[in-house]
Design a protein around this ligand. Structure first.
Ligand SMILES: Cc1cc2nc3c(=O)[nH]c(=O)nc-3n(C[C@H](O)[C@H](O)[C@H](O)COP(=O)(O)OP(=O)(O)OC[C@H]3O[C@@H](n4cnc5c(N)ncnc54)[C@H](O)[C@@H]3O)c2cc1C
Length: 317
């Protein structure tokens, strides 16, 4: 079922969902299941599975370093299929511009269609670890809006090189990313909102936001988006702060602010376990306020560990 259909079916009740990261190559999918199991009692209608950019590794060959490009966490679509099969829940693979040619994207979407996946999250992807800025892949898309266009075209039977007359067209529901504190590369919030509108006009059906710790940022973002004519659901993304180092790391990586009240509480913590507890309590308050405001879904970034999400969901759902 589509995310938008789940939202309509919920009739105003806030839904619970979360995002998972594939295990590192060679590790077991059981690790993921162990993290999903405790969260199933909160009945997520859908679960997102991220896709990671490829990266360079250096292999020692008799003293000479061989530089190879590889993806450390492959398998997002396969993981989606496995989770759907095991838990009977909708899954959403993240589809990236970066690291994929348009042809590869087409094949990936064909796989998703055959597997009965109804939703995809269309993203540009981050820059590769070694690169300061995002560089489009040769033969790939530059922006998420271009990727949305490709998915919409495929939904209409228009593949990259041929139009296919068929009764078996894909009908993907398309999610895109939104940034309550502005995407780091955008020159202004207004410019970023115009880019978001471009993605929605291209055919995106819903938006999931980057993490934020100050709900006002989300409420202002939604207001700005609505004023710009964006009418699709805007799902807040929540990341519970989990270790003391997140105070530096999250603002550095995601260019976001952490409210001083949370900073002070975390600074008082002696251990990471204390900080994790503060993060959980803060996320509970944040979630309750968002729920009271009638958000369609609370979407949690689990970063591979579910115990804090479980503690939050127990209090909120
Ligand atoms: C909910 C969510 C899930 C994510 N999942 C993943 C994941 O699984 N894997 C991963 O690698 N990353 C993921 N990311 C991170 C995301 O890939 C990065 O934030 C990336 O830098 C931007 O992606 P985007 O889809 O928002 O890009 P875009 O919408 O393409 O925007 C990128 C930047 O370009 C600007 N822009 C857009 N269109 C144009 C244009 N035509 N001309 C000029 N400027 C333009 C925008 O304002 C923005 O600054 C996720 C982010 C979110 C919020």
């Amino acid at each position: 079922m589509k995310v938008t259909e789940h939202i309509i079916k919920a009739k105003g009740k806030t839904l619970f969902s979360f995002e998972l990261i594939p295990p590192q190559k060679g590790r077991s999918i059981q690790e993921l299941y162990d993290n999903i199991d405790p969260l199933m009692e909160f009945k997520p209608p859908f679960i997102d599975v991220t896709t990671s950019r490829e990266e360079y590794i250096y292999i020692d060959r008799d003293g000479l370093l061989d530089k190879k490009l590889t993806r450390m966490r492959p398998g997002s679509v396969g993981i989606c299929a496995s989770i759907t099969h095991k838990y009977e829940v909708d899954t959403i693979p993240h589809v990236l511009c970066g690291g994929f040619t348009k042809e590869e994207t087409e094949y990936l979407l064909v796989d998703c269609h055959y597997l009965g996946i109804d939703n995809v999250m269309a993203l540009r992807g981050d820059a590769m670890k070694e690169e300061k800025y995002f560089k489009p892949t040769n033969g790939g898309h530059c922006y998420a809006s271009d990727l949305v266009e490709q998915i919409v075209n495929m939904n209409n039977g228009q593949f990259l090189h041929e139009v296919v007359e068929t009764d078996n067209k894909s009908n993907f529901c398309i999610g895109v990313a939104g940034y309550p504190e502005k995407h780091m590369e955008a020159p202004s919030m207004d410019a970023d909102i115009r880019r978001l509108k471009q993605k929605v006009d291209a055919g995106a059906d819903y938006v999931v936001t980057q993490m934020f710790f100050d709900n006002k940022r989300y409420f202002d973002f939604v207001e700005n988006a609505r004023n710009a004519g964006i009418t699709v659901p805007i799902i807040p993304g929540i990341k519970p702060l989990a270790v003391k180092r997140h105070l530096q790391l999250l603002p550095q990586v995601f260019k976001l602010d952490i409210p001083d009240v949370l900073v002070k509480e975390v600074e008082k913590c002696k251990t990471n376990a204390d900080a994790r507890q503060v993060g959980v309590e803060f996320a509970i308050q944040q979630s309750k306020e968002l729920m009271a405001a009638g958000v369609p879904v609370l979407h949690y970034y689990s970063m591979g560990k579910s115990s804090n999400i479980q503690a939050i969901a127990k209090e909120v759902f």
